[in-house]
Structure formats: C-alpha cells, structure tokens
Design a protein around this ligand. Sequence first.
Ligand code: ZN
Ligand code: MN
Length: 480
Amino acid sequence: MKYEVVMGLETHAELNTVSKLFCGCSTKFGSEPNTQACPICLGLPGVLPVMNERAFEHSLKAAIALNCEIGRFASFDRKNYYYPDLPKNYQISQSYFNIGNNGYVDIVVKGKKKRIDIHNVHLEEEAGKLIHPEKSDDDYSLVDFNRAGVPLLEIVTEPDMRSIEEVESYMQILRNILLYIGVSDCKMQEGSLRFEASISLCEKGAKVYGNRVEIKNLNSMKAVLKVLAYEISRQGDLLDKGKEVLMETRLWDEVNAVSRRMRTKEEAHDYRYFPEPDLVPVWIDQKWIDETKKTIPELPVNKRQRFVKEYLISDYDAGVLTEDIFLADYFEACVKLARNSSKELSNWIINDVLRELNERKINIQEFTVTPKMLVELIKEKSTVGNAIAKEVFIEMVNTGKNAQSIINEKNLAQLSDVDELNTITANVIEKNPKAVEDYKRGKKNALAFLIGQTMKMTKGKANPKILTEILKEKITTGPK
Ligand code: ZN
Ligand code: MN
C-alpha cells in the first residue's frame, strides 16, 4: 500500500433517558408509530423547549470521561435544513459552545497504545424516522415521530486514525466507555449507536491530505469497517490511474457491498447555524464538574491493565472480562470470595459462564449463578472432579440451586473410599481376565480399559488417582 489512509469518525449515541430532550414524551423503543409525540417534539407553533436535566448530565459525564475541556457554559444553536423527518425544519444542536472540546480516547492496536483526539462532544435532538415502502413503485413514505427529540450525543474525532484496526479499536473502546458510564444502551440493532466516517488517501509522507469523502448513516461497526475497506481500494484505484477523488458524501449499499454518491461538495448544505433563542445557556461550575467526575467508574482500558497486574491473567482474558463492567464486577466479586485462584475463576467465567450467557441470550445481571455459588462449586471440584463439576455447573444454571445440594441430591460426590473401590475393582478384574493378562504382558492400554470399566460401574464417580493405584497393585500382586 503506497498511500497513507486518513480517517475520522462521528458517532451518534442516543442517551438512555426516560423522556425526550425538550419535552416529557417517552423515549421507549418499539412503540406504535406516532404514539410518543406532542406539540413540542412535533414543532407546532408557540411551543417552547425545556432542557432535560438528566440528558445534559449524561452528556457532561461523557465529555469528562472522554477527557474533554469543559467550558464555563454550554449553549444551543439551530441547525437549519429541510427534511420530512424534521418537523421544525431545524435541529436544536450545538455549534458555538459545545459541552466538551479537545478530548481524547486512548486505543490499543496490537498491544500498542495510540491516542485519538476528540474534536468535540455535543448534545442535540434526534430526528424522526422515515419508513419507505418495500415495493419500489409505491409512491409514498411514512414518518414516525416517536424518535423525534430523543437526546442524541455526538462525538467527533480528529482525522487521527490510520488503519481499519485503529477505527475498530476506537469504536469498541468508545462503546465500552459509554456503557461503563451508563449514558447509552448502545444497541446498534435499535439504532442507539450510529456512525459517519470520513476518509482520504494521500501519498505516504505528503504534507497535504487528499480529498475527503464522507460516508453517512452507518448503523453498525461492521458497516463502518466494510465501507472503509471498500473506499481504500476505490480511492486507491482512482489515484493509481491518476484520477481525482471527488470531495463528496457517499452512502453504503449493504446489499451490493458498494458505496454510492449521495451529494457532491456543490450540493453540500449550508446549515446557517444561529443561537437558539428559546433556550438559555447552561452554566457549568467546578463543583458540578467535580461531582460528575466522582460518578465515573474506572474505565475499561485502565481496568484491563489493572486486571493483568493484580490478578496475573493474560491481557486477552482481561480484555474479555472487562468488555462488560458487570462481568468485570462479577469476576472481582468471585476473586474476593475465593482468593488466590483468579486464573481458575477467569477460566470458568470466560469458558463456562459466557457460554451459558450466550446460549441463553441473557446478560450477567440476569444470571442465576451468583459469585458465591460459583466459588463454592470450584471448592467442591476437589471432591467431585472436573468433569462432574462441569455437569453440576449446568444444573446450577438450570435450577438456581447451589453446588452442595445438587451433589447431595444426585449423589455425585466422588468415590474415594478405598474399601468400596477395592470391592469394585476386584469385581472388574474377575470379569476381564483377558485385559488383566494383556496388561501383565506389557500392554499399557489394557489398564485404561480396566479403568474405564470401573468408571462405568461407578457412573464416573471413582476417584481416578486412587482407582488407578488400586488396580495396578491388585494386578501386579495378584488376588489376596
Ligand atoms: Zn414530545
Ligand atoms: Mn449530529
């Protein structure tokens, strides 16, 4: 690749408030169309917007978590454009005094840390949603205003990303931060998290960036990665042929896996931003900033590094455990109860707990096995063996009972009683004279066969170590 790729990202995250940004309408997702709308969010004449305090607090929290400079006040502006899903013909957004400016997010690619600068973080209102008929000859579209006025946080990076891997890491870490601080559910399937990407190519080492292409309306991280890979090759081909890359806005066509022109620079909107006269600026004092800081938990990248250091687990495992703040809390609650077995606990959570969560499509908060129950099970492992412990775990998930009662009820405790094992092995030896002879003649796997037969008789409960010793001794010394 002879070109340098320069990429930036704008992220829109719906904030998880109960009501909309400027009115009392519900923000609940999936309701009947146009049942959550009122004169304010429909933009009828004579109404006034009132700021949702929680939405503002969430935005401030995000701006602080993204290391932004917070000004003495934030104000709101009108962004004017005409579109059927925008009833007022303008969007209340921020342009002149954003909630946050000049922040950054540290990302990690292939073990290397890189800082991505955040240009600004601002708060605005969502538009409604247009629903187009599936048949192309139907000459109407429908509009649902339930989404109009939902609080939307926009996070704009500088063009700091140089590879697809960096973009992927940035999106994942940003999403994780928003989830950790609890300001958005970040459900991409419900449109709570959406992206716009910008990308240009230039000769390596060039002082001036190439013409920038923007891609709008990307509804998933996957779509972002696909369209950027597509643009790298499309723009690279144009430059190879000595052609110009046009400065334009494009859309990603998921079905045909191509990007298409939406509008060129000449058709770009002039939004004629001006201060929103119906809203007063929000003053932010140091006390408010300090109090908000206290509500921000340890963030994912820091937690991941601490897990590696404190619990001596791999960076990969720490990454999986800190993907979800509640999973990280679950792990730490287990470690506190068990001590000294963080590696084993991490393995159980990553392999067994996550598998059950995925299969059941539930999250860790809904999981029936509490940290205390998991730690108890791992203690029981020394008496029941690994294979049975795994079975008991599944039973715990299904019934919500603890390990001890399942082991008692199902009589699963491992058989370590020497007298009992003596009787059973004597019986096995008597029934399998050929295997015994084979073993005596040096056939090692004959012993495995005899162990297997004993396991069968004890339904897998025999303690394998004691059992093997007894069998070996019996065969070499003969019947007593
Ligand atoms: Zn409303
Ligand atoms: Mn926006």
